[in-house]
Design a protein around this ligand. Structure first.
Ligand code: ADP
Ligand code: MN
Length: 171
């Protein structure tokens, strides 16, 4: 049994996973693991996808890389997908959600356009990540959180921090 919980922060690109996870790591002293950075830095991929403009994640390599660290607990995993991690890794799965026009602005600011922009907006409209999370984990550990504003983010960080604090005393 781990002494600290593992939290997955997921959602469509631009919903605020990395910003929220960094603030949460600061507030809780848990370790922030950005899967995108890990994949790039440790080359846990099978090359670059020209069409989607992202690395082709080698899911087995990512899971092997993280197994021991996840067993120890105390991790915040930040990724735009959630169906390939072992279910037993996570005590809480947070799905961030952002209103379309706000997400659109964030992604265009990031330089997304064309199919990449449209795909991500559609991903959000159809709540793809929430469905994926519910399909992959027990519903009672999956929580959707609105991430439209800085106030939302601060509230989300406070809520999850409080949950982390009580987790240690109830397990
Ligand atoms: P993700 O990791 O999900 O792709 P980021 O954390 O990189 O998203 O956030 C994308 C952009 O949106 C950043 O410029 C960030 O500052 C901004 N942002 C993220 N969450 C919020 C929020 N809740 N309110 C306002 N701006 C946000
Ligand atoms: Mn990110």
């Amino acid at each position: 049994m781990r002494s600290k919980p593992n939290i997955l922060v997921t959602g469509t690109p631009g919903t605020g996973k990395t910003t929220t996870s960094a603030a949460l790591a600061e507030a809780t002293n848990l370790r922030h693991i950005n899967i995108g950075d890990l994949v790039r830095d440790k080359k846990l991929h099978d090359g670059w996808d020209d069409q989607l403009e992202c690395y082709i994640v080698n899911e087995d390599l990512v899971c092997d890389e993280l197994e021991e660290i996840m067993e120890d607990g105390g991790n915040i995993v930040d990724h735009h997908g959630c169906d390939f991690f072992p279910e037993r890794w996570f005590d809480r799965v947070v799905v961030l959600q952002t209103e379309n026009s706000i997400l659109y602005d964030r992604l265009t600011k990031r330089g997304y356009s064309g199919a990449k922009l449209t795909n991500n907006i559609e991903c959000e409209i159809f709540q793809v990540l929430l469905e994926e999370a519910k399909d992959s984990y027990k519903e009672e550990i999956v929580v959707a959180m609105k991430s439209d504003s800085v106030d939302d983010m601060n509230r989300n960080v406070a809520t999850i921090t409080e949950w982390v604090r009580t987790w240690s005393s109830t397990n």
